[in-house]
Design a protein around this ligand. Structure first.
Ligand code: ACM
Length: 536
């Protein structure tokens, strides 16, 4: 391997830390393979994780040294020191490097994992026998509690190895949440025991659209497409993420976006006699029937399916979708209308709320909190659910004003399936223009929310990665990088420290060599495509 040099000065860390200070003098710590990583039993997995990462990045293989406590230790090495007293806000860490030790202080696993990422960025990428680390103190913690990246594995599916790589991307950028979109109209991607046809039928579509879904005439590739993650694979991924302190929030999208489910079990639809096919095109809203019908079999289905999901995912939050549920299929169905009348539901929006409440109550009994897309807030839902806003500021303000906690994932600029250039020859994307600078400059707390004193209602943000036009890993990489790197700073770094020119410099020095090290693609022309190129 060549010796690509990544960031070695703390000033170059991404996302930019809260506070960096250099002691007087120019002392350095010399890292070499004779030194141990010194850790306590509770953090063994993270010690091994750090050992592996340093080895992969630099060729230096440190020893591991398990201790009960850190008193009377004078050995040179890397110390992973849990603190019982709050040092920093949640997920924070402190790194102190002097000439004889590297000490990483933290309170919980997330703080340790975040500190590990900063430490790695102080080391070069290449093959070395010793690495000088400049004496420094870094004190750091995140601006937002929720920092997520979403991935749609329905429109296109990605191998387990790539899901793990994606989780590594998240850890590197100090995100804490992977939102895994597992079901939709074009496929059901999670193994289910109680409803095996979700996999034998629902996980496969006959073919896939070629080009943009609005192209006319539509063209298809004629190739059967699909698959699903087995429970064993999901357990393996959840474990992989836990070591990296990444929470995985699984999403089963109901009561709309359910075409794969009704293709498998037509009795759950408004037209049980129809031979539904798993969708082969995109953009189904109001164009094709994809909703669950309210009936006992459906509610039983929901309880059972979500119970199987809970067995796999320890996440305190479960995403139930709730977006883009067309009301027209419910309007046209006499049985649905009869159900609404019986339950006193005045319109189809109230029925949508009924579905979300039904599943949220079920999840609450199992101590899980429900997240849904902002449409869950169209009716009179109680505010114990969390609203994930994919609209504009308007929907975020509405939800926060009603008292919901909000995760802000506005289509502009946090949809990474939108273009990052206006170049007509750029690789196909859905539409729109969400350049790097827009992601960097966006304040997840809109001014109107701040003025109302509701800033605390915005618990964080996330980028969404819908994969209609991302047929393979390289295309996903191309769409997320470097925008994901900008987002990491938008969600982590104090707003008053952010500076786009400085970010671009750190991007070049710290992030681009990482993309190369990971053998990942990225959009290279980001400097040309800034906010000044936005359509007027
Ligand atoms: C969404 O983009 N329909 C959540």
């Amino acid at each position: 391997m060549g010796s690509l040099v990544s960031a070695q000065k703390a000033d170059m860390i991404i996302p930019q830390p809260v506070q960096i200070s250099y002691p007087k003098g120019r002392s350095t710590f010399s890292l070499n393979a004779q030194q141990p990583i010194i850790y306590t039993a509770a953090f063994e997995q993270q010690a091994i994780y750090l050992q592996q990462l340093i080895h992969q990045q630099t060729g230096i293989r440190l020893n591991l040294s398990l201790v009960n406590d850190f008193t009377n230790l004078s050995v040179e090495g890397i110390y992973l020191i849990p603190e019982t007293m709050a040092l920093q806000p949640a997920e924070g860490y402190t790194i102190r490097i002097n000439q004889s030790t590297v000490k990483l202080f933290f309170q919980e696993t997330r703080g340790l994992v975040n500190g590990i990422q900063s430490l790695l960025q102080l080391m070069p990428i290449g093959q070395y026998t010793t690495i000088p680390l400049q004496a420094v103190t870094i004190e750091d913690y995140p601006r937002f509690a929720y920092r997520g990246m979403h991935l749609d594995v329905v429109r296109h599916m990605f191998p387990v190895s790539y899901i793990k790589k994606y989780i590594d991307y998240l850890a590197f950028h100090k995100f804490n949440t992977f939102h895994w979109h597992l079901t939709d109209d074009q496929g059901w991607r999670i193994e289910m025991d109680a409803y095996p046809k979700l996999n034998s039928i629902g996980a496969y579509r006959a073919e896939t659209l070629i080009g943009h879904f609005k192209d006319s005439p539509a063209k298809y590739d004629g190739i059967r497409y699909g698959g699903f993650y087995t429970k064993a694979e999901i357990r393996e991924i959840v474990n992989y993420a836990q070591i990296r302190a990444i929470n995985i929030i699984p999403e089963i999208d109901i009561p709309g976006h359910s075409r794969a489910a009704i293709a498998a079990y037509p009795e759950l639809s408004t037209k049980p006699d129809t031979n539904w096919q798993v969708a082969t095109t995109w953009g189904m809203y109001n164009r094709q029937n994809n909703v669950l019908a309210p009936k006992p079999a459906t509610f039983k289905f929901l309880e059972t399916v979500f119970d199987e999901l809970l067995e796999l995912f320890p996440s305190p939050y479960i995403h139930v979708g709730g977006d883009e549920c067309s009301k027209i299929w419910w309007k046209q169905d006499p049985n649905t209308q009869a159900f609404m009348k019986e339950k006193g539901l005045k319109n189809e929006t109230a029925l949508q709320t009924y579905f979300i409440e039904f599943i949220a109550k079920h999840l609450a009994k199992k101590n899980r909190q429900t997240i849904g897309w902002h449409e869950i807030n169209e009716g009179d839902l109680d505010t114990s659910t969390i609203v994930m806003n994919w609209g504009t500021e308007k929907q975020a303000i509405e939800a926060a004003s009603k008292g919901f906690s909000v995760i802000n994932t506005p289509g502009k600029p946090f949809y990474f399936d939108h273009y990052q250039s206006m170049d007509p020859n750029d690789s196909l994307a859905i539409h729109g223009y969400n350049p790097l600078e827009a992601v960097y400059q966006y304040n997840p707390i809109p001014a109107a929310i701040l003025q109302k004193g509701l800033g605390h209602k915005i618990i964080g943000g996330q980028a969404n990665v819908w994969t209609e036009y991302m047929g393979n890993d390289q295309k996903v990489d191309y769409m997320i990088f470097p925008r994901m790197t900008a987002l990491s700073e938008t969600l982590w770094t104090p707003a008053n420290k952010k500076n786009y020119a400085n970010f671009l410099e750190r991007l070049t020095i710290t992030a681009i060599p990482r993309y190369q090290f990971w053998n990942s693609s990225w959009f290279k022309d980001y400097k040309n495509w800034d906010l000044s190129k936005s359509p007027k």
